[in-house]
Design a protein around this ligand. Sequence first.
Ligand code: SF4
Ligand code: F3S
Ligand code: FES
Length: 254
Amino acid sequence: GAPRRARLRIWRGDGPSGRLTDYTVDAHEGEVVLDLIHRVQATQAPDLAVRWNCKAGKCGSCSAEVNGRPRLLCMTRMSLFAPDEVLTVTPMRTFPVVRDLVTDVAFNYAKAREIPAFVPPPGLGPGEYRMSQEDVARSQEFRKCIECFLCQDVCHVVRDHEENKESFAGPRFLMRAAELDTHPLDAAGERGMDRARGAQEEHGLGFCNITKCCTEVCPESIRITDNALIPLKERAVDRKYDPLVWLGSRIRRR
Ligand code: SF4
Ligand code: F3S
Ligand code: FES
């Protein structure tokens, strides 16, 4: 069919001097917001900065906000919106703007480093690891994460609270702690490390009050809150009050 004219308001600039700028471009059937951003670049604003890579929802690069909701620009179909709706496209609000739609997501890399890595089981060499299918299936859901950081962007604990950033790892990395905490081969416990209590006491799990906004925006439909954060909270509380529960859970898992 013939293209229609779509109206976009795009955040331009770096930091305090930034402002919304209006553009009108053609929109063809089946296009996504990133197609229109690219058309603005090609026809009106060659210096418009936008980060993207795969255009298939898999690299996690094109994260931004459309009408205030965190989204992957490459997976957001124009057909979601009314034809006369003005789309406001802004950079992720929780992270500092580099320029235009590009943010500096270094916060997330710093948080990734703070979660203790997988501790290999002593006495097993490469090729000797064995896991039951049930354990594989559980962690598989979390491993679908493409590190788009939309969950980190939306979580109210840090979204408008710069002061919480130091003590809160965010849903993506609390999920990582949850994954390792139930990993049957992780030997952190043998080193005296309790991942659930560590998440609670050092990585800000207690800040999460289960609003589930993270789960709602996850493009991989990972049930972050129900399957990672809530069970992790429960394990942290159990172990706090009863160290034997924690020890028992380690032994049963063998
Ligand atoms: Fe993105 Fe989902 Fe991973 Fe969060 S958990 S970084 S929303 S893919
Ligand atoms: Fe934040 Fe998700 Fe908890 S949005 S408050 S981490 S449920
Ligand atoms: Fe790779 Fe959008 S460009 S997820």
